[in-house]
Design a protein around this ligand. Structure first.
Ligand code: PGA
Length: 246
């Protein structure tokens, strides 16, 4: 099933979460043929979890720490998320990589922890503008995937991947659907190369300045298996239109 996911980032308080979900659920209640996911801030997980129970909307977190428990002030573990009914977690978002210094090795440890704990990670990969201009897009993405999945080669079917070119995020300047298609195809080739028994269960979703006008165009591409939507997911009506855009 296609995966249409919201990434609220550091927006929307718990009380606003309640208002959002009250408005959002009726707008998408008849949608059964695609997976709808809200990746909300940690502080909104509790209220969202209560409100989404028994609905067609799944709950995701935006980050996780790789240790199981202990003296890691400010961090949240896989089991804490699972206990709240979280089914997905975004791992290695470019804002975590470039603002918080998360490297490919940390991303790998997080993926290991997620798969050990039964939480489905959405691994984010994508090139910066300087890397793109230097013709390094494919090399950067392949390196990110190979390091992130090292020791996990046999588990490629248990993750989803978001291709999010860093220059397209929050810029109003998305990749073209054709460019995204080419990178998505490449990502699937890398997965096939990594895992000889790959079953093709990894959805490769596109993120970066997705809006109501371009969402349907991305979804026409054969290897675009969904969307990860930041800014345009902050309004429930707009996000519902994106969910229904194809
Ligand atoms: P954007 O963000 O839709 O605001 O560009 C996407 C993302 O970073 O996941």
């Amino acid at each position: 099933m296609k995966l249409i996911s919201a990434n609220w980032k550091m927006n929307i308080t718990p009380s606003q979460t309640k208002e959002y979900i009250i408005k959002f659920l009726p707008l998408i209640e008849d949608v059964k043929d695609r997976e709808i996911l809200l990746c909300v801030p940690y502080t909104s997980l509790c209220i969202a979890s209560e409100m989404l129970k028994g609905t067609n909307v799944k709950l995701g977190a935006q980050n996780v720490y790789y240790e199981q428990k202990g003296a890691f002030t400010g961090e949240i573990s896989v089991s804490m998320l699972k206990d709240l009914g979280v089914s997905y977690v975004i791992v290695g978002h470019s804002e975590r990589r470039w603002i918080f210094g998360e490297d490919d090795e940390a991303v790998n440890k997080k993926l290991v922890a997620c798969l050990d704990g039964g939480l489905r990670p959405i691994l984010c990969v994508g090139e910066r503008l300087d890397e793109r201009e230097a013709g390094l897009t494919y090399k950067v993405i392949e390196t990110q995937i190979r390091i992130a999945l090292s020791s996990l080669e046999n588990y490629t079917d248990m993750i989803d991947i978001a291709y999010e070119p860093v220059w397209a995020i929050g810029s109003g300047n998305p990749a073209t659907p054709e460019d995204a298609q080419a990178v998505h195809r490449f990502i699937k080739n890398v997965l096939e190369d990594l895992n000889k028994n790959y079953q093709g269960m990894t959805r490769v979703v596109y993120g970066g300045s997705v809006n109501v006008h371009n969402a349907g165009e991305f979804m026409k591409m054969p290897d675009v298996d969904g969307l990860l939507v930041g800014g345009a997911s902050l309004d429930p009506k707009t996000f519902s239109q994106i969910v229904k855009s194809f």
